[in-house]
Ligand binder design. Sequence first.
Ligand code: EPU
Length: 439
Amino acid sequence: MKELIIIKMKKIVINGGRPLKGEVTISGAKNSVVALIPATILADDIVTLDGVPDISDVASLIEIMTIMGAKIERKEDSLIIDPRGVKNMPMPFGKINSLRASYYFYGSLLGRYGQATVGLPGGCDLGPRPIDLHLKAFEAMGAAMTMDGSSMKLATDGKPLQGANIYMDTVSVGATINTILAAVKAEGRTVIENAAREPEIIDVVTLLNNMGAHIRGAGTDIIIIDGVPHLHGTRHQVIPDRIEAGTYIALAAAIGEGIQINNVLYEHLESYIAKLEEMGVRMTISEDSIFVEKQTDLKAIQIKTSPYPGFATDLQQPLTTLMTQAYGESKVVETIYIERFKHCGELQRMGANIEVSTGSASIKGPSSLFGTKVVATDLRCGAAMLVAGLLAEGITEIHDVYHIDRGYAEIDQKLKNLGAVIWRETIERLQRYNNIKEK
Ligand code: EPU
């Protein structure tokens, strides 16, 4: 039977329209660390990760790994992970379904034990997010998939995983990393063609090679993995989060009066920075920081998302908010997730002039945004709402902020340090609840 229960949630409140200035330091990359943590399962000794962001996806992974038997200690921004006690137990429940990256447990458990039983991954609702390419790769290496209740079971018929030649029909970050995790201790050579080239893939491969793996080609579209029997412990520095950096650049261009963004690797943001320069955003780029100056006369641009080194889909949402301030008609064409436009509806309620069609959005600007109640429908929509709320006149309330907390470390404090007037309030919401005692 379904019952109604009251749940307590947080909302972010922003008193916007105030110029921001100062410095902000970017945290470690979410989309790296969510793969690095499951990758440590493959090691026979302790792995220390430095520069781990304080985000809820990391907390969820720590919870899952601890249930599995890992010992994990957090010391400031380092995670000391002892994976030696990890058991090959079914992981059907709890936090598994709350994040996308739980699919990396398929690859890492398969790589360590030749089998894995894990619940289905969750994550942001960006339309269909299949994992067929992951499964095809596991199958090519000798693991068959069956459903076990609400979990997926992957297992070989008792033989070790075998190296295989795998061609990815679509460029996929998750499928590339998952194939590497499964192949790293497999017998023989695995070749991945049409592999994704994102910096996060290089980061994961750097960790694995420092653990003793033999992987070549990360950062190109052909990755070659020669299986090794054992991987040892190591220490690894997580790369800076290019999407967090890109979000602060959009924010600084929208409302900054001079903002210095530290711990940024410009090379990871080249396509984004090129498009911002086309818009007229003035930036001074140094070795590991970017200074963004105040802007008044932004020009409309067109962007089309594509796999790295193309324009990142994760950055089109915060950039859409900046586009509402540009003169003329900007256009976003989304080729990775054609339904990733929920932020546009929220921006429209704040006064933006946006028309959404299948796979694209046209933004006419400039528009004066005003504060109102909006929803962070997914992580990067939340980022777009933060930029909009800081830009808008008056009070903006952002609901469902748990999406933002999945990927933006210490967001309130970082924005307060720049002069933002931002705080959180607790709200109560009625929600239907499945009484699990009922049959
Ligand atoms: N795809 C398939 N089959 C698969 C896998 C992917 O058809 O088996 C398709 C997807 O539907 C999509 C495209 O391939 O059209 C690329 O998806 P990809 O597999 O690269 O996405 P992902 O690995 O699930 C990661 C990031 C996303 C980011 C995408 C694209 C993580 C945990 N997530 O997702 O990050 O948008 O790559 O760059 O790394 C975010 O940070 O907000 C976020 C959603």
